[in-house]
Design a binder for this molecule. Structure first.
Ligand SMILES: Cc1cc2nc3c(=O)[nH]c(=O)nc-3n(C[C@H](O)[C@H](O)[C@H](O)COP(=O)(O)OP(=O)(O)OC[C@H]3O[C@@H](n4cnc5c(N)ncnc54)[C@H](O)[C@@H]3O)c2cc1C
Length: 270
């Protein structure tokens, strides 16, 4: 209750620090440690690729409270950015998503009170698996929205741009590509909406969240790529929204768990 109201008003910016230089997909392999010392925990380690890393006031840090227990030794800690021993690295230069900051973080004997432990000790991995489903759904929603926006831009563009004396839209290839994209958008949106309904009913399973993330982000990248193609050279120019969407879209298949990890999660339930 201390943080949530300020997170809602935007007075406090947060970040979730899971990934490390040596491990991303294999979350149970994190090496950042949290060692008990009296009424405190002492955190040591480093993180990378952390969204909001430059701006965040508060971090949820994934750390090992039992280094011999794999996933069962993972806990979550709140770490305020003004704690002694905490440092931010540089704002990493990315292919896309340039308006979002992404950083390395360093923890050098960062002391936090035991009250900063989120939930139960050694239960962090379970919390992550449960809550990452919501993050994956939100990534899928972005995927459907970006793809639809690129389609709308492209429909406008191909009606205006002319080649061989007629609008690009008049070529059968253009019409067929747009027909395919619109169909794929409809399928994607319907599936995203269904998963959103399930989420609102608290019934979205971990594997369904992985499926919708996999489907919507792969569809996004296919659709945005076609939209760039239909723009010709202008689709590769930064001032055109589809160019920016092309650069921004690629990471959707990587963060919040890669497409391959989504397939791992889904296939475990088959
Ligand atoms: C812009 C951006 C923002 C991010 N924001 C955050 C954030 O806020 N917080 C955070 O904690 N992390 C964040 N990440 C990190 C992101 O979640 C990881 O990059 C991602 O989970 C992949 O981990 P990795 O980079 O270590 O790749 P690796 O795990 O090294 O994977 C490399 C390749 O191997 C494949 N692979 C790995 N394991 C398997 C397997 N079992 N089977 C098949 N293939 C496999 C992967 O799919 C991938 O293709 C962000 C990353 C980016 C790029």
């Amino acid at each position: 209750m201390k943080w949530l109201p300020k997170m809602c008003t935007g007075e406090v910016i947060t970040a979730i620090a899971m990934t490390e230089p040596g491990t991303g997909s294999d979350l149970a392999g994190v090496r950042t440690s949290a060692t008990e010392d009296g009424d405190d925990y002492i955190i040591n380690g480093s993180k990378t690729f952390i969204t909001n890393g430059q701006m965040a006031d508060l971090f949820i840090v994934v750390a090992k409270t039992d280094t011999s227990a794999g996933a069962k030794g993972v806990s979550l800690f709140l770490v305020e950015a003004d704690r002694a021993g905490f440092a931010r690295g540089q704002n990493l230069k990315k292919v896309g998503m340039k308006s979002q900051d992404t950083s390395e973080l360093f923890f050098d004997n960062v002391r936090v009170p035991k009250s900063n432990l989120l939930g139960q000790k050694n239960a962090g991995f379970i919390y992550l698996m449960q809550e990452l489903a919501q993050e994956r759904l939100s990534v899928a929603i972005i995927g459907a929205a970006v793809a639809k926006a690129c389609y709308d831009e492209t429909v406008k563009y191909v009606k205006e741009r002319k080649a061989f004396g007629k609008p690009i839209a008049a070529f059968q290839n253009t019409r067929f590509k747009l027909a395919e994209i619109r169909t794929e958008l409809a399928v994607t949106q319907t599936y995203v909406d269904r998963c959103l309904e399930l989420h609102c009913e608290k019934k979205l399973s971990i594997d369904a969240a992985a499926s919708v993330k996999l489907w919507a982000t792969e569809a996004q990248c296919r659709i945005v790529d076609e939209c760039v193609q239909l723009h010709g050279g202008y689709g590769y120019m930064w001032e055109y929204p589809v160019a920016r969407a092309y650069a921004d879209s690629r990471v959707q298949r990587i963060y919040a768990g890669t497409s391959e990890i989504m397939k791992e999660i889904i296939s475990r339930t088959i």
